[in-house]
Design a protein around this ligand. Structure first.
Ligand SMILES: Cc1ncc(COP(=O)(O)O)c(C=O)c1O
Length: 404
């Protein structure tokens, strides 16, 4: 019999969202008439912009013709799409060939780990999007899970708390994962904070992996939407981003990663070259139908639709946050981010999750799923139909949530 990759045994209780789904299913089996409202996983709910739908149909029709058919494309993405994405999201900041189109930010995060290999040390914000830690474990970058600390050996945890305004004291590691707007806390780093981060990375020979999947939720013009707004960032930072949240592409799948040519390893090799090698080796390009349709949709109409979708979810966030604030909870985020991070009385966030589920039939996300720093929090997601959000708020206001 073949020996299993021993790193899998180190992972804790499955990936967070499958675990939430398991508990949801279990609850539904016990209460088959329950009307669950999911404010758990950050999955978009509003239909695709019409401009995208039309473009998808058009491109699909063309693919059914001899002239319009295309097969494998460049693994790095359609040249025109790379140019367009660079022009819209990084005006004057990067070159189009530094941007690689992909099937999403999560997939790129996994492929980045493959590129880094198993000898890197990583630092993460605590709490953070679980993919950084779990992919590091699978790659073999970590030791075992230490139950008392609720941490993996050889991962550097940087606590993000209300006291430090959710911007951590930075710590030394080869790779620093940093997400802004943050999942799960909803915090957005200021320009000064990102300048500090870039300076720290330079002084400590670290590479920043900046996750900007929620950048389009930033409506405050003073807050940076990309790490490349910071001088010198191209020498130290990779940025991953995505159409998932702004365009409702969570199921459609399209994202990108920027690897600037200035970014080098200690032996002088450009990281860009290795990333190109990864993308051409284990990736075969994002779907040509999606890429072409997106390219055609990135016009005034499409970008207007994007703004409308973002505004819709931000209004949801405001409804949830205002209600929880009025109920006396300490809430964070939700202004330039689709997540509201809520402090609870409970010392165990799975208990708080269960309590909310039992009392209101609302699914949230327990903070501990994002790391030990989330233990006394739950996350509410603002992705949902407005009616459901309003219903959820009404239920919360009626419920007796004495344990949270
Ligand atoms: C911080 C963060 N990065 C990346 C992703 C995944 O993005 P994608 O759908 O492009 O894979 C998510 C999804 O929830 C996320 O929260």
């Amino acid at each position: 019999m073949v020996k299993r990759n021993k790193n899998f045994a180190k992972l804790q209780a499955g990936y967070l969202f499958p675990e939430i789904n398991r508990r949801k299913k279990e609850f539904m089996e016990k209460h088959p008439d329950a009307d669950l409202i999911s404010l758990g996983i950050g999955d978009t709910t509003e239909p695709l912009p019409q401009v995208v739908v039309e473009a998808l149909k058009e491109v699909a029709d063309e693919m059914g013709t001899v002239e319009g058919y295309s097969g494998y494309g460049d693994e790095q993405g359609l040249t025109e799409l790379r140019k367009k994405v660079a022009e819209i999201f990084y005006p004057g900041l990067i070159e189009a060939d530094e941007l690689f189109i992909s099937d999403g930010a999560k997939c790129d995060t996994g492929r980045l780990q493959m590129m880094f290999g198993n000898e890197m040390t990583i630092a993460v914000q605590d709490p953070s999007y679980p993919v950084y830690v779990d992919s590091a474990v699978i790659m073999g970058q970590t030791g075992s899970y230490v139950t008392e600390k609720k941490q993996f050996e050889n991962i550097v945890y940087m606590p993000c708390t209300a006291e430090n305004d959710f911007f951590p004291k930075l710590k030394k590691a080869d790779i620093i994962y940093f997400c802004s707007p943050n999942n799960p806390t909803g915090a957005v780093a200021t320009k000064e904070q990102l300048e500090h981060l870039v300076r720290f990375a330079k002084e400590n020979d670290a590479i920043i992996v900046f996750d900007a999947a929620y950048a389009e939720f930033i409506t405050d013009p003073n807050l940076p939407k990309t790490i490349y707004e910071i001088e010198g960032a191209k020498e130290v930072a990779i940025e991953v981003s995505s159409f998932s949240k702004p365009f409702g592409y969570t199921g459609v799948r399209l994202g990108w990663t920027v690897v600037p040519k200035e970014l080098k390893y200690s032996d002088g090799t450009a990281v860009h070259n290795d990333w190109n090698r990864i993308m051409t080796t284990v990736f075969n390009g994002a779907s040509n139908i999606i890429q072409k349709a997106t390219l055609r949709s990135l016009n005034d109409e499409g970008l207007g639709e994007m703004k409308r979708l973002i505004a819709y979810y931000l209004q949801n966030a405001k409804i949830i946050k205002d209600a929880l604030d009025k109920m006396g909870y300490q809430t964070y985020g939700g202004d330039n981010a689709p997540y509201i991070w809520v402090k609870t009385k409970s010392d165990n966030s799975w208990k708080a999750f269960n309590h909310i589920l039992e009392e209101t039939q609302i699914v949230t996300t327990p903070g501990s799923g994002f790391g030990p720093g989330g233990e006394t929090y739950v996350r509410f997601s603002a992705f949902g139909h407005r009616k459901k959000i309003e219903e959820a708020v009404a239920r919360l206001q009626k419920a007796v949530l004495e344990h949270i």
